[in-house]
Design a protein around this ligand. Structure first.
Ligand SMILES: NC(=O)c1ccc[n+]([C@@H]2O[C@H](COP(=O)([O-])OP(=O)(O)OC[C@H]3O[C@@H](n4cnc5c(N)ncnc54)[C@H](O)[C@@H]3O)[C@@H](O)[C@H]2O)c1
Length: 333
């Protein structure tokens, strides 16, 4: 299939670009404005078009010229804190640009769409909704989460209006790890994700890591999250793409179904790297729920997907391989 990957120069999108080609022989075109991505992350024969999604007429021409059959939409801004400070950037980039992308698809006659949604659309679920299934009420607490939930609603309205649109909305939990051979990986500036931050501390690239809150009602007092390996996540996208149907949207939570605490991740990083990691204990951050992890049963029973990387050391090891090979990210290559 000819697949357009938006955000294919970013962390998750670059893994999609690689695996769509290597694992399934798809032809890939990337549209990315490189605002947060890296040209060098786009591997294989994929064509990289550096452009804004907002320019939907151009994007429609890209789709037509390359006979695109399916769009995987990863492009977004994805920092919760930044979204609170600059909400208009998030509604413009994540919501309005998704509308522009749908316009381009409409114009070019592309009918298959896989959308990167997020567990942030659930906000802070109460205990009875954990592990989090797809029917958990969606009450996001940040502009980031809302910018994504709006796209889910827009997709439903658009699909209802045309009848032949096939789409998946995949709500990711914490995506982690990297391609096991260390060729591509996570390179954000600033980095806000726990595993790369801990590994940067292990590699001596930052002096310490700070734990935000040690008095939560969790076994060791630190927050518990569901870390899904990026390779598993992309496998789920490929399975979903093959299963798309006009009958109904495919809506799935993507996680491993269990959570690891911040302290457990630090212990894992110490085991995997053999390095000392200095920690500082700080206060809680607003809007950090104590426990968030998925119930991934629906995608397993419907499509047969389940995460293969469930051991945290295995996940951390792949991220460590990337950091060892690229301590300064793509710019250090
Ligand atoms: N990383 C996670 O743990 C996580 C969790 C849940 C959901 N998600 C979602 O997954 C997707 C990918 O996340 P990521 O961590 O790979 O982010 P990333 O920042 O590494 O990649 C995003 C890419 O999109 C590009 N981009 C952004 N806005 C664009 C625009 N308007 N036009 C063209 N290109 C644009 C950026 O340059 C970048 O290359 C995002 O939609 C994010 O919301 C990520």
């Amino acid at each position: 299939m000819n697949v357009l990957v938006t955000g294919g120069a970013g962390y998750i999108g670059s893994h999609a670009v690689k695996y769509l080609q290597e694992k399934a022989g798809h032809q890939v075109v990337v549209v990315d404005n490189l605002s947060r991505g890296h040209r060098r992350a786009v591997k294989g024969e994929a064509i990289l078009i550096v452009h804004e999604l907002a320019d939907w007429k151009h994007v429609a021409r890209v789709m037509t010229n390359n006979q695109i059959e399916c769009v995987m939409h990863f492009a977004a801004k994805a920092y919760v804190g930044e979204s609170v400070e600059r909400p208009l950037d998030y509604y413009s980039n994540n919501t309005a640009d998704a509308v522009a992308l749908l316009r381009a698809m409409d114009q070019a006659g592309v009918r298959k769409f896989v959308f990167s949604s997020t567990c942030a659309t659930y906000g802070e679920p109460s205990d009875e909704h954990i592990p989090i299934g797809e029917t958990c009420p969606q009450r996001p607490i940040s502009p980031y989460g809302r910018s994504k939930l709006f796209v889910e609603q827009i997709l439903r309205d658009y699909a209802a209006s045309c009848g032949d649109f096939q789409y998946a909305m995949l709500r990711y939990f914490n995506v982690a790890g990297s391609d096991p051979n260390g060729e591509i990986g996570e390179d954000h500036d600033p980095e806000t994700h726990l595993i790369p931050i801990i590994l940067q501390a292990a590699a001596g690239l930052r002096p310490h890591i700070e734990i935000f809150g040690t008095d939560y009602a969790t076994p060791d007092g630190t927050c518990v999250r569901d870390y899904v390996h990026v390779e598993d996540l992309i496998d789920a996208h490929m399975v979903a793409m093959e299963a798309l149907t006009t009958d109904h949207p495919l809506v799935y939570n993507l996680g491993i179904g269990k959570g690891y605490s911040v302290r457990e991740i630090i212990e894992s990083a110490r085991r995997v790297t053999g390095k000392a990691i200095t920690i500082k204990e700080g206060p809680r951050r607003p809007g950090d729920p104590p426990r968030l992890f998925a119930n991934p049963a629906k995608i397993k029973s419907d499509l047969g997907w389940q995460a293969k990387h469930t051991d945290i050391d295995d996940i951390v090891r792949t991220a460590w391989t990337w950091i060892q090979n690229h301590p300064h990210g793509y710019n250090g290559e």
